[in-house]
Ligand binder design. Structure first.
Ligand code: ZN
Length: 367
């Protein structure tokens, strides 16, 4: 290394030091903690005039250049969040518009201002002119899946509010429902899903494709537990979308037909399984009730029923008349959370004795 190289390096370091301080201050003032921040690239533009004694100035002030680029980078970081869709109006995927507000809601496109629009699944199907909506409500309900292309989802949006966005684009999506999931108290819940193929920028500003299921965290867990075939198909499609010349529309159409086929198969298997098992397994529930005390029994405000905590993390729900509704396993954390949120309330000894008497009455086996 020569003497000149050393001098040049020292000069560069001296120039970078104030720049470093300025970038850090700007980023922290606007977006707070740098926790989890990946390395990123900035482009600064200078104007040099050889005829004015080689004067050097920033094209737009340095502060403006930094502010603009840091804001863009932050929006890109926020753009892809699993379970959520990007909101151009708020420039974030963390606002209230980014997630369905009920298990029946699906994403049907962007408003003029770039805000995500949600509709109940059956309404979305009607708006799309779907002919088979009644199938959702027949005695033997079928699932319906429709594919929507990205252009139609972005059609209403005005330029500048997300149209032709370089940050986040929905390439194609599936609306599908209804799925039936067993909630934490054992009741069956209807769920409609929006499954999207989206392109967003990663921290090096490269476009990246994802398959994203729009669903809030609680149901996300239930989906992965109770619909493992769905998670598996989505994982496969996600791998395909990452290949260099992936055709998002083709992948999403194929995913939709896969899901419908697998859903049919699952429904068939479930029906067979139910057929083979005519009796409900309440013996464990009743023996847990027999050995319970009032400290293991709670009133569940949400379902107006009683929860009895049994052995090995079992939990049994009995309605007000003492009938066994369902059993499931529950973790210690989930119990604590229900108590904290006051969804479960303690019962008095008196209430416990009454419940036990009622359970004994409708289930003579305990006598
Ligand atoms: Zn928003």
């Amino acid at each position: 290394m020569t003497f000149t190289d050393n001098r040049q390096e020292r000069r560069e370091r001296a120039m970078l030091e104030p720049l470093r301080a300025m970038i850090r201050a700007e980023q922290q003032a606007r977006f707070g903690s740098a926790e989890g921040l990946q390395p990123f690239a900035l482009d600064l533009r200078l104007e040099v005039d050889p005829h004015a004694d080689w004067s050097v100035s920033f094209v737009d002030s340095l502060g403006e250049q930094l502010a603009r680029q840091l804001a863009t980078l932050q929006a890109q970081r926020d753009s892809y969040v699993p379970g959520r869709v990007y909101c151009y109006a708020c420039r974030s995927s963390h606002c209230e518009h980014a997630m369905p507000s009920s298990t029946l809601d699906v994403f049907t496109g962007y408003s003029e201002s770039g805000r995500p629009i949600w509709h109940q699944f059956h309404q979305a199907l009607l708006d799309l002119g779907h002919q088979e909506v009644h199938q959702l409500y027949s005695d033997r309900p079928n699932s319906i899946a429709v594919v929507m292309d990205g252009e139609s989802l972005h059609a209403r949006t005005l330029v500048g509010n997300g149209k032709h966005s370089q940050t986040f684009v929905v390439l194609s999506q599936i609306l599908m429902g209804y799925f039936r999931l067993r909630g934490s108290t054992g009741e069956l819940e209807k769920l409609a899903l929006t499954i999207q193929c989206v392109a967003s920028r990663d921290h090096l500003n490269q476009l990246e494709n994802h398959i994203n299921v729009l669903v809030e965290p609680e149901h996300r867990i239930l989906v992965s537990e109770q619909l493992p075939w769905l998670s598996e198909s989505i994982r496969l499609a996600a791998t395909q979308t990452r290949t260099a010349r992936a055709d998002a529309n083709a992948i999403v159409r194929k995913l939709a037909s896969d899901l419908v086929r697998q859903q049919k198969r699952t429904l068939r298997t479930t029906k067979h399984a139910q057929h083979r098992r005519p009796q409900r397994p309440i013996e464990k529930a009743l023996s847990d009730v027999a050995s319970a005390n009032s400290e293991r029994v709670f009133y569940d405000v949400k379902s107006d029923a009683f929860a009895v905590r049994g052995k090995s993390g079992r939990c049994h729900i009995f309605n007000q008349q003492g009938r066994h509704v369902t059993s499931f396993s529950i973790e210690f954390d989930a119990v604590q959370s229900r108590l904290r949120r006051k969804r479960w309330r303690p019962v008095t000894d008196q209430q416990f004795q009454t419940l036990r008497a009622q359970i004994a009455e409708v289930n003579p086996i305990t006598k």
